[in-house]
Design a protein around this ligand. Structure first.
Ligand SMILES: [Zn+2]
Length: 255
């Protein structure tokens, strides 16, 4: 029986690997290089991981099997996407109530078991969350955001990603208002691509969205992964428009 299960898993991985969603090369017209953006995010990533290690909250404890199962199905699908560059995504599981799910431009995705518990995420919902974060990486959203912010700050001869973020900190409220459209746009893109990627990995699209539907029905205040995101209603509305495509990708993936 274990051999049969392994065979099914390998078949699912091979099927996912063969299918590619047409991701438009996103680097055209973007400011900075991918290397600069990754390098700028590196200290923050290291500091976060070091702090989690010190507090003993690095690694999985209660959901190891569930997270590993989802990642095993999802990873080959993410790795197969053609973006014109090498994207090496890796997953870090933590146990920190302050953290939900986030990603760094180098492909590191962080998810907290506390978040999985709080939203009672099943495998399909977890696949959507992880695929959403992977989509931010695939679509270079950090770099897209930096490019948009660069246009909003006063002109200076030499500007680095650090300059842009410093400027934003000084003018946080004005900048975040001005950037709202961009923030929401990238979140919708990550939602839509995430839904498709997780569908290709074998997760039924409707099941992926259950936690968003429930949160919307209960009118829960937005948290975390959702704070920089559009409101739940408009998120679900644009995701529902993507459902027929995701549904078809899921069905052909099963054949
Ligand atoms: Zn997001």
């Amino acid at each position: 029986m274990p051999i049969l299960i392994l065979a099914v898993l390998l078949l699912a991985a091979a099927t996912g690997q063969a299918r590619v969603i047409n991701i438009v090369e996103p680097s055209l017209g973007l400011a900075f290089t991918e290397t600069e953006v990754i390098a700028h995010a590196e200290p923050a990533k290291r500091a976060l991981l070091a702090q989690l290690r010190r507090s003993g909250r690095l690694g999985c404890e209660t959901h190891c099997a569930r997270v590993a199962g989802v990642w095993r199905a999802l990873h080959p699908v993410i790795a197969a996407q053609r973006t014109g560059r090498q994207v090496d995504v890796q997953l870090v599981v933590v146990r920190d109530p302050q953290i939900n799910a986030l990603s760094f431009p180098d492909g590191t995705i962080v998810v907290s078991e506390s978040f999985i518990d709080r939203l009672v995420l099943g495998p399909a919902e977890l696949a959507f969350v992880l695929a959403h974060e992977a989509s931010h990486v695939l679509l270079q959203h950090e770099r897209q955001g930096l490019t948009s912010m660069l246009a909003l700050i006063p002109s200076r001869a030499q500007r680095t990603p650090r300059d842009v973020y410093t400027e934003i900190e000084f003018n946080y409220f004005a900048m975040s208002d001005a950037m709202q459209l961009v923030f929401h746009q990238v979140e919708r893109e990550a939602d839509e691509l995430g839904l498709q990627l997780a569908a290709l990995a074998g997760y039924p699209p409707h099941a992926q969205l259950r936690f968003l539907e429930q949160a919307s029905a209960r009118d829960l205040p937005q948290q975390s992964m959702l704070s920089s995101h559009p409101d739940m209603g408009s998120r679900l509305e644009s995701l529902r428009r993507t459902l027929p495509l995701a549904q078809r990708l899921w069905e052909v993936g099963l054949q």
